[in-house]
Design a binder for this molecule. Structure first.
Ligand code: NAI
Length: 721
């Protein structure tokens, strides 16, 4: 037999250890090498079975197995359906031969086993997992718009029950630590050293010579009951209903296909169930949503994390002590995220009391994490001890990083930087968390303008994964590299943009909100506008979002932007939303949630009670009907077209930054794969997007006219890359 990626070693007891090691690859994946090698290896196991006591399956890589071959999936079209079905069924047949070998097979999971890796392990009789840092176990396919197509949707419910399979594994694609995976029943045993791993696997083989899968035993029943069980059947209608509620109508086919695979598959024998799974899997693979999500959540994220927006050749930076200036909502969150990542934090505000209040925010989050068992009290205390609240500028002496988060006033920000500039380390990075002010101007407040940069966090900082790094005219590559490294250090995702009003994120989200407001002005029913937004896949309805932001903030930004454009000799295109907001503020004294009155009404406790009925009279709401698809695409296209302008103006530098920034920062619908992937993947590609832009422009205004650069791309047959 030829050398293959399963290294075969027999011991004196007749136990064969198969060590997977795909040559030249950093991880084992379900590529062609694997598929061919798997078939050969299972053939050999079958033919030599009489001389074998059992099989241990493990890996020579850092991870056990990394999962599917996503490069193949991202290019698959409808014509490939047959070929993918055959590959899938072939591999599953080999998994099946492995678990029905008649000899005990044990997976010795030496590192992460995600997706296909866990599916392979599930086709063994016993799973021992090495409990080390970085070991993650789960089926995260749903996050890529896919479903586990290697038997995961078939074996997990048979192993741990339908309910737990759906909620804890399949529908949200959680990545579990080995201990949790054991608690759920995904693995049988955890160990803490590689030696124990193999020893435990072999010991189990010796003790269980007649091992077989539960589902191959006589009278097997799915734990917790099959869908046809009366108690279960009564609850069945709640499953799709709950899912619909969760997805809010967003066009995400993967969770629906997962549900269908599990419910249908659990009513038939395992081999039929596998065929059902393949069908639903292939349906997703050849569709657009899986391509979009795989592009964004795998390839784009990987590109970002590998540093494609980080300047080459700059030394690696590790922040040790950071001064956070301003302990309000944002400063408190930035202090928490930094301390959680092991960085010492000096949290400064105007009074010690305010600074302590900011620290109390961390205390609250940490206490919650401890009570949920996510953190030990000892660790929480350590994190908290890293935050030093103060009102004394002298306490920032020697810090190597500053993140300023005081009120949004250029004069105040410059003053605050002026106060500490000479106290901090001479090469300290000077970051501002401004959400609207141009960085190049703020930088004029310090002597070392090359060290000045925008670090735009999102609220709430502890939950929002993005930091938009804003490069000013004088910002150096060293500063950019430091900002990039710090962002990764605090476990957030950095995107890098060039300085401009509203940077990328604030500028683009503004167009989404404005479009919704414009529709109110046209007389469209506000409830339909909200539904259109939610069903397009936005996490928040647009008018609700604007209520949260308050109306005065966007008006102030608009007025300042207009003044700046006109001062530079440009002309301002009035957006139809402007009149609506102005009337709400000036005529009806409604300014959003914090004022107790916005598009919605609020009770005394600030709870939303419903849309303001006065909208009917004020804007003839509900008298005009705009096709639902138009409503949705007006929002999506407004953001898409503004993003193209951000590329034209060189605010944006890379496609991954645009895609990930739009999803993580401003809630662009994840099924699209991000704002640029939405344009690239629109039906008919960029020419289709351009044609539809023109149609929208004709119906709703010139703001939808495609920029020249996009028309050119369409003509040349190019896409954004
Ligand atoms: P905030 O009003 O909650 O907090 C500001 C804090 O700065 C207050 O605690 C105040 O006492 C303190 N402060 C004022 N003058 C100071 C001084 N001289 N020295 C030290 N501390 C001083 O405001 P928030 O929401 O935390 O915003 C802070 C910054 O973050 C602003 O620039 C804002 O535009 C930006 N930002 C806000 C976001 C949001 O969603 N709220 C999102 C992204 C950025």
């Amino acid at each position: 037999m030829t050398e293959n990626m399963f290294k075969w070693e027999s011991d004196a007891d007749g136990i064969v250890t198969l060590t997977m090691d795909d040559p030249g690859q950093s991880a084992n994946t379900m590529n062609d090498t694997f598929r061919v090698a798997l078939t050969e290896t299972v053939d050999r196991l079958v033919s030599e079975k009489d001389s074998i006591t059992g099989v241990v399956l493990t890996s020579a890589k850092k991870t056990f197995f990394a999962g599917g071959d996503l490069r193949m999936l991202i290019t698959a079209g409808p014509d490939d359906a047959q070929a993918i079905t055959e590959r899938c069924d072939g591999m599953k047949a080999d998994f099946r031969r492995l678990e029905t070998l008649g000899k005990p097979v044990v997976a010795a999971i030496n590192g992460a086993a995600l997706g296909g890796g866990l599916e392979l392990a599930l086709a063994t009789h016993y799973r021992v997992a090495l409990d080390v840092k970085g070991s993650e176990i789960g089926l995260p396919e749903v996050g890529l718009g896919l479903l586990p197509g290697g038997g995961g949707c078939v074996r997990v419910p048979r192993l741990i029950g339908i309910q737990s399979a759906l909620l804890n594994v399949l529908l949200q694609g959680q990545r579990h630590k080995p201990a949790k995976a054991k608690e759920l029943g995904l693995v049988n045993e955890t160990v803490s050293t590689p030696e124990e791993l193999i020893a435990s696997a072999k010991a189990w083989i010796k003790a269980n010579p007649a091992a077989q899968q539960p589902w191959d035993g006589k009278g097997f029943k799915i734990p917790g009951g099959a869908p046809s069980h009366p108690a279960f059947a009564a609850n069945l209608p709640a499953f799709p209903a709950n899912l619909r509620k969760q997805l809010k109508g967003a066009p995400m086919p993967a969770p629906r296909n997962i549900l269908a695979t599990v419910i249908e598959g659990c009513q038939v024998d395992i081999d039929t169930a596998q065929k059902i799974e393949t069908q639903y899997f292939v349906d997703l693979v050849v569709g657009q949503v899986a391509k979009n999500m795989t592009k964004a959540f795998f390839f784009d994220l990987q590109a970002i994390n590998k540093g494609n927006s980080r300047p080459d050749g700059q030394p690696q930076y590790t922040a040790r002590r950071v001064a956070v200036l301003g302990a309000g909502m944002m400063g408190a969150g930035i202090a928490y995220s930094s301390a959680r990542a092991g960085i010492e934090v000096v949290l400064k505000d105007v009074s010690l009391e305010s600074a302590q209040k900011g620290k109390a925010y961390s205390e609250k989050i940490l206490a919650k994490a401890v009570s949920r068992g996510k953190l030990t009290q000892e660790k929480a205390d350590e994190v908290l001890a890293r935050i030093t609240p103060t009102a004394d500028p002298a306490d920032v002496a020697g810090v190597d990083l500053v993140v300023e988060a005081v009120f949004e006033s250029p004069d105040l920000k410059k003053k605050v930087f002026g106060e500490i500039e000479d106290l901090v380390a001479p090469d300290a990075l000077l970051g501002s968390n401004t959400s609207t002010l141009p960085i190049t101007d703020l930088a004029t407040g310090v002597k070392r303008q090359e060290d000045f940069i925008g670090l735009h966090f999102f609220s709430p900082v502890d939950k929002m994964p993005l930091v938009e790094i804003v490069v000013g005219e004088k910002t150096s590559d060293v500063a950019l590299a430091k900002a990039f490294d710090y962002t990764l250090q605090i476990k957030k995702t950095p995107i890098v943009v060039n300085d401009s009003r509203g940077f990328f994120t604030s500028r683009v989200i503004g167009t989404f909100i404005n479009e919704a407001v414009a529709m109110v002005g046209e007389g469209v029913a506000p409830s339909s506008i909200e539904q259109a937004g939610l069903q397009a896949g936005y996490p928040a309805a647009p008018l609700q979002l604007l209520d949260e932001l308050t109306f005065t903030l966007p008006r102030k930004i608009r007025q300042e932007t207009r003044a700046a454009i006109e001062a530079a000799g440009g002309t301002w295109d009035v957006h139809p939303s402007e009149g609506v907001l102005d009337r709400l503020i000036d005529e009806f004294d409604r300014k959003g949630r914090s004022s107790g009155a916005g598009f919605y009404e609020y009770d005394d406790e600030g709870k939303r009670t419903g849309l303001w009925p006065g909208l009917a009279d004020a804007f003839a709401a509900g008298t005009v009907e705009v096709p639902f698809k138009d409503m949705q695409e007006r929002m999506l296209f407004a953001e898409g077209l503004e993003t193209v302008k951000c590329f034209d103006e060189e605010v944006l530098r890379t496609v991954p930054d645009a895609n990930i920034g739009s999803i993580f920062g401003i809630g662009f619908p994840p099924w699209t794969g991000g704002v640029i992937q939405y344009i690239n993947g629109y039906p008919g590609g960029i020419p289709g997007f351009v044609a539809r832009s023109r149609e929208l422009a004709e119906r709703y205004g010139d703001r939808f006219l495609p920029p020249a650069s996009l028309v050119e791309k369409a003509e040349k047959g190019e896409i954004f890359e």
